[in-house]
Design a protein around this ligand. Structure first.
Ligand SMILES: [Zn+2]
Ligand SMILES: [Zn+2]
Length: 267
């Protein structure tokens, strides 16, 4: 295989479809982060909102840099159980740099007890996404059935979106794909013990596949345990390409095309 170096101009470019660059881990490090992206052929990143308090900082990143985009949403693990008003999400999503609603979803692994509030919050996000016609960034962990039920009940298929940092079964991936959603792989797919997930990565239709880092979490092999950052999405992409028996360039071309088609983001 005649591989094109990710640093060269001929490389199609990768997008980190999910990162948290507003987190304290990256304070004062943006020049370094962006230089490392450039050196690894990572051309764009989507900065994901996890609560209203942090949202201005997420938006500021997308306003400051034309290759960063942003989302608006309240993470399912966010402790403050105050109801999320869909109208507030819709209002904030009006901004042209906001390309998605989320991250939202269900997490029965990190949070337990009576989770009515979490399900209501998820419904509010889907309603907002349909109202403003922007795709959803969905986080789901050990809550496959309820996640899919709510997606169906609230007609999430009208806007589509992405099942981010996917770690669930192929059966769940199949239903999400049938609902018009994309599947995004993170550094977890590079882990040795992720056999079932590697099978999902082999199977997902290429036109529905995205890659991400979820920085600062989940650094891929060979950086496992370190602070993750967008440049390392290259290792995720390399592993997914290897699993599918295609070149890194082909994987980059497809996943980047998928990203811009889904989020209608201006390059
Ligand atoms: Zn998440
Ligand atoms: Zn996240």
């Amino acid at each position: 295989m005649n591989a094109v170096s990710p640093a060269s101009a001929a490389f199609p470019g990768l997008v980190d479809s999910h990162c948290h660059l507003d987190f304290p881990d990256f304070e004062g490090k943006m020049a370094e982060i962006r230089e490392e992206m450039r050196a690894n052929g990572v051309t764009h990143a989507l900065c994901i909102s996890v609560n209203f308090a942090g949202f201005p900082k997420v938006l500021a990143l997308a306003e400051a840099y034309d290759n960063f985009f942003a989302s608006v949403g309240v993470h399912p693990d966010h402790e403050d159980r105050t109801e999320v008003d869909p109208a507030r999400l819709v209002e904030l999503a009006r901004h042209p740099r906001i390309v998605a609603i989320g991250e939202t979803g269900l997490d029965y692994y990190r949070v337990s007890g009576d989770l009515v509030w979490q399900r209501e919050r998820f419904r509010a996000h889907i309603r907002a996404a349909r109202e403003c016609r922007k795709p959803l960034v969905i986080h789901t962990r050990q809550a496959a059935e309820d996640t899919l039920t709510i997606m169906r009940e609230e007609r999430a298929a009208e806007v589509g979106g992405v099942m981010h940092c996917f770690t669930e079964s192929r059966a769940m991936a199949e239903v999400a794909i049938a609902l018009g959603f994309h599947i995004s792989f993170s550094g977890i797919v590079t882990f040795k013990n992720a056999g079932a997930l590697k099978d999902v990565a082999r199977w997902v239709p290429l036109e529905r596949l995205l890659v991400e880092t979820d920085s600062p979490y989940l650094a891929p092999v060979p950086h496992r345990g370190k602070t993750n950052r967008p440049a390392l999405v290259r290792h995720v992409a390399e592993e997914v390409a290897r699993l599918r028996g295609i070149s890194l360039e082909d994987l980059a071309t497809a996943s980047t095309r998928n990203f811009f088609r889904l989020f209608k983001a201006a390059k």
